[in-house]
Structure formats: C-alpha cells, structure tokens
Design a binder for this molecule. Structure first.
Ligand code: GLU
Length: 483
C-alpha cells in the first residue's frame, strides 16, 4: 500500500466526562484496525462544546489511553483549532447555493412546531430568501444559523458492520451546520475534520448510525470522497440497558482502581462485539492486532459481563512475570499496611516468591491483598464452612498440637522436612495426609484453599507457623466450650 491509500482512522472523544469504557472499546477497534492494516490511529478531541468540555477531561482521556497502551500517531487534533476551516467550508456551501442563512428566531420556530411534535422538521422557510432580504437582515444585525439544503433523493451506503443502509432524505430537514454563535454543529465539524485528517474509515458507536446519511450528504455537497463507515454495536448491561453509572463502573479510572491490568481490560473489552470463529478468549495485544478484522464485528448488542472480564484479567495476571507484577502488587500491600517501603527493598526475593505463588489465582491486583494477607500476618478469622469441615473432629486439636511440637524440633525448617513431618504424623495416626493438610491450611491462612501449604510455611517461617497453629488450637478450644 502506498502512502496515499494508507488506512487512517481516528478516535474522536468529546471531553465532557471521564473516558467511558464504551468509548475505549471504540478506540480499541479503531486502534486494532489501524495496526492490523499498517495504518494510522489518530486522536481528535472534539472540544467545541466549550461549556461541557474541560481541560481535566482532556487530560483524563490522554492519560487513560496511555495507561491502556492505545498510543495514537501524530499530534492530537483539537477540533476547536479547526473553527476557521469549518467557517470556510460553510461559506463555500453558501456560495455554491448548497446551504443558506436562516434568520428564524426561536419564536418563529416554535410557531412552526404546531404541536409537541418530536419529529418536527424545519419548513425551509428561509431557503429562498432573496439576496436583498438577506443583506437587509444582516445589516439589521439579525442573528442567523446556516442550514444545509438537504437535497431530495435517497442516501445509500454499505456500513462495514450494519451492511446496506438506505434512508430517504425526506427524513431530514434542512439541518443546521453552523450555529448563530459561529460554532459548527457535530455533523458538520466531523465531516470537515475527517476530510481534513484524510480519514479513510470512520469506526464509531452505533448511536451515530443515524448521523451518517447526513454526513454523507455533506461530503457529496462538498465534492469530497466519502470514507467507509463501520458502526460498532452498543454495549448493554445484563438487563439489555445501556451501560450507565447506575449499573456499575463506567470510566477507565474506576477499572484501574478496581485493579484491572490494561491488557486484561483490553482483552475483556475486545469481546464486546468482536470474536474469532474459534471462540478463543485470551489474547495479547499482539495477537489482537494480528487477528482483528472488522468483518468479525457483530451488530448484535454486546452484553457487558463484569465477571467474565475479571476472569480474563486473571488470566493476564497469571501470564505476567513476577517482576512485572512486583511494583503493582507491592504498592497495594504497602497501601494496606502489610509491608513498608523498607520491606520492598530488603525482602524483594521473598515478596517475589509470594507473588509467584499467588498469581495464578488472582483476578484483580487487590486480590493479592485479600488472599495474600496471611503471608504478612496471622489470620484474624477463619472461613466458617472450613471450620465445620476441618476442625470439628475431636482428634484435630491433638493432631495440630503434635504438628506444632514436631515442627519445633526441626532444626532447619524447609519444604521437604515440613511436608515429611505432616505426612508422618498422618500415617502414625492412621489418617489421610489430606485431612491434616486441610486443617493446617485453615490454621495458617484462614482459608480452605490456598497455594501449596508447605510453600506458605517456608515463606512465613517456623516460629510464625507454630504461633498460628497455637492460635488455631486456642480457637478450637473456645469453640468446643461453646458447643
Ligand atoms: N465526539 C463524538 C462522540 O464522542 C464522535 C463521534 C464520531 O466518532 O463521529 O460521540
């Protein structure tokens, strides 16, 4: 492909709120499509709505994209810098007789709209004003908007996802392209900017599908090449309602705070509307770039399933190296007062081992706190079901006592001899080793499941092991009194 027909796509958020995960999915599809085709992924900030846009939100969008590794090419385009171009293009349409000044006031328009008709279309009253009337109105300082002269006919296009779309232009009125304050409307600005940025494919949310015929009419009126369009399906919650704050987290920040990794979140979001024929779920960004095709985007509404995305995130966590996880995890441990800044340096080797033991079971980074706390302090509570299952046998207290005594006698407490001791006590008492292991695990971790208990014993050390067994014995004694 030579440079002239290189694929160029853009992500065009309006900075009126924190980056929404639905928008991230749109950005992601644009990014993957561009990278798969060796094209460019551009960022345009649609900041012409000065009242609702803010610097902070722009910063948030840029930082979120950076965190997600969705890096854009070239410099960011700010729509507000293009106002001059929007004006010039509107002037040209006026000159060509394809747009006109409309001096109707709010009152005039209200009069036109006889009833509460939501679908009311502007009558086109100002379409045929004479030059004289126009000049008179202007000289009298009357305010005007610029409206597009919607032509008759049918607008057809082939959406890359929604396929053949055909709309009768009579569905639209002469819509406004420039407001009376000189600012462009969305449909107009987007066309001028997309053309200016040489965008070849417009990939965006399905909610814009109804805008596309208007935009195509504008391209045609300006004698510009119409780009290809691909609208991606809406994301809904399990009740088929549009994803909103009411039903859960919607901004990238919230997902970051929850402890998603960028790769996990990306992998979770890519399945909202896209998938390969083999139903594979776990992808790295590299895999995605290689596999992504727009023709595998479905027009079916995509249901957001947070549990599935957490599960996917867990797969990414377990695929990360211990070193990669280190800074993320220790930060969480530190913030929860499990370790200090000093521990991070002096105990790095031990901390890495803990991460390595835990990572295959974690779905979110803070899980390392919830399920890893026992590496740093004795459990303060024990799983209720596990107590019933593993600590109610009358012999268990004695067996735990035996373990504590035998462990104490081991000079060099290590993996082999701690395990050998537990197995020996089990066989001497004619019970399965599993029974002892389960009750020991509960004593040490407070949980019924954990990584290998012997690995844990070595990481917390002999005296801490013995201390926790004694605490468990005390707990069992108290429990037995109560019973
Ligand atoms: N600023 C618009 C939005 O955030 C962009 C739509 C488009 O991609 O054309 O919805």
């Amino acid at each position: 492909m030579n440079n002239n027909n290189k694929i160029r796509v853009r992500f065009a958020p309006s900075p009126t709120g924190h980056l929404h995960i639905g928008s991230v999915r749109t950005a992601l599809f644009n990014y993957l499509f561009a990278k798969h085709n060796d094209g460019k992924f551009l960022l345009r900030i649609e900041d012409t709505d000065t009242e609702r846009s803010s610097e902070n939100m722009i910063k948030n969008i840029i930082e979120s994209l950076k965190w997600l590794n969705l890096s854009y090419d070239d410099v960011i385009v700010y729509q507000s810098d293009n106002i001059k171009k929007h004006k010039q293009s509107a002037e040209k349409l006026l000159k060509d007789g394809k747009a006109y000044r409309c001096f109707c006031t709010k009152k005039d328009l209200e009069k036109e709209r006889k009833s509460e008709d939501k679908f009311h279309k502007y009558s086109g009253k100002c379409r045929n004003l004479t030059d004289e009337q126009i000049n008179k109105n202007i000289s009298e300082g009357k305010k005007f908007v610029i409206r597009f002269k919607t032509p008759e006919g049918v607008t057809k296009f082939k959406d890359m996802v929604y396929k053949d779309i055909s709309v009768n232009n009579s569905e639209f009125d002469d819509f406004i392209i420039m407001r009376s304050d000189g600012s462009p409307t969305y449909n107009f600005a987007v066309v001028v900017d997309d053309f200016d940025m040489k965008i070849t494919h417009v990939i965006r949310g399905e909610d814009h599908l109804s805008n596309t015929p208007k935009q195509i009419l504008l391209y045609l009126a300006m004698n510009k090449k119409v780009p290809k369009f691909a609208h991606v399906p809406l994301i809904t919650d399990s009740q088929k309602k549009r994803l909103s704050k009411r039903t859960g987290a919607v901004s990238v920040d919230e997902y970051k705070k929850m402890g998603f990794t960028p790769e996990g979140l990306i992998n979770g979001l890519v399945h909202l509307g896209w998938g390969t024929s083999n139903n594979k779920t776990i992808y790295t960004m590299e895999n995605l770039i290689e596999k992504f095709e727009l023709n595998r985007v479905s027009k079916k509404r995509a249901i957001f399933d947070i549990e599935k995305i957490k599960w996917i995130n867990g797969k990414h966590i377990s695929a990360m190296s211990d070193e990669e996880l280190f800074s993320l995890v220790v930060e969480n441990w530190k913030n929860n007062s499990l370790i200090t800044e000093e521990n991070i340096v002096s105990e790095k080797k031990r901390l890495i081992k803990i991460i390595s033991l835990l990572k295959s079971r974690m779905r979110l980074i803070p899980d390392f706190v919830v399920y890893g706390e026992y590496f740093f302090k004795s459990p303060t509570k024990y799983e209720q079901n596990a107590i019933q299952k593993h600590w109610t046998d009358t012999e268990i207290k004695n067996l735990l006592e035996k373990m504590a005594i035998e462990f104490k006698n081991i000079r060099k407490f290590n993996l082999d001899n701690s395990e050998e001791t537990v197995r020996r006590i089990a066989s001497e008492n004619d019970i399965k080793a599993g029974v002892l292991i389960h009750s020991l695990r509960l004593a040490i971790t407070g949980f019924s499941v954990s990584p290998s208990i012997f690995d844990i014993l070595i990481l917390i050390g002999k005296s801490e092991t013995i201390k926790r067994i004694k605490l468990a014995i005390k707990f069992i004694e108290k429990m037995n009194i109560r019973l």
